[in-house]
Ligand binder design. Structure first.
Ligand code: HEC
Length: 125
């Protein structure tokens, strides 16, 4: 193999390995690390204690979804059932997470990071 062909081959291999074929992989990683311990890997929740995340009306209200994640939530009937606030997530991680949730459990709408930062600001108003 000539030197230039070898370089071309290496570049192709690099691109093939470097480019993630699953656009939701990063959001899935955030979900697995931060949410799956309560909501389960498949989003089915845990009986009456942790709600399922599948096909929720919440996915139609992306602002409310954003605030639920960043502010957390307390169950008003049973205060020991609380969703912690994830206010340290970067805009990119939050956007990837929301895109993953929409894709996996919702109606598959896409939201961009700069969109998310505006939604985050609106939670404080
Ligand atoms: C410590 C357990 C715990 C973790 C970790 C957790 N949640 Fe929750 N989550 C809950 C509980 C409990 C509720 C229900 C609170 C209530 O009753 O209002 C909830 C509610 C929700 C809801 C609202 C569901 C509905 O039916 O309206 C969404 C959406 C949600 N969580 C997403 C997430 C995401 C995304 C993550 C990861 C960033 C996450 N949760 C991490 C416990 C958790």
């Amino acid at each position: 193999m000539s030197k230039s062909k070898f370089l071309l081959f290496s570049l192709c291999l690099f691109l093939l390995i470097g480019c993630d074929s699953n656009p939701y992989a990063k959001g899935e990683l955030v979900y697995k690390n931060m949410c799956a311990s309560c909501h389960m890997d498949d989003g089915s929740g845990l009986g009456g204690n942790i709600p399922s995340l599948k096909n929720k009306a919440l996915y139609q209200d992306i602002g409310l979804l954003t605030c639920t994640i960043t502010k957390g939530r307390i169950n008003l009937e049973n205060r020991s059932l609380a969703m912690p606030a994830f206010d340290q997530l970067s805009d990119i991680d939050l956007a990837n997470l929301i895109n993953f949730l929409n894709h996996q459990f919702g109606d598959d709408k896409q939201y961009l990071p700069n969109n998310v930062s505006n939604l985050k600001k609106a939670c404080n108003e």
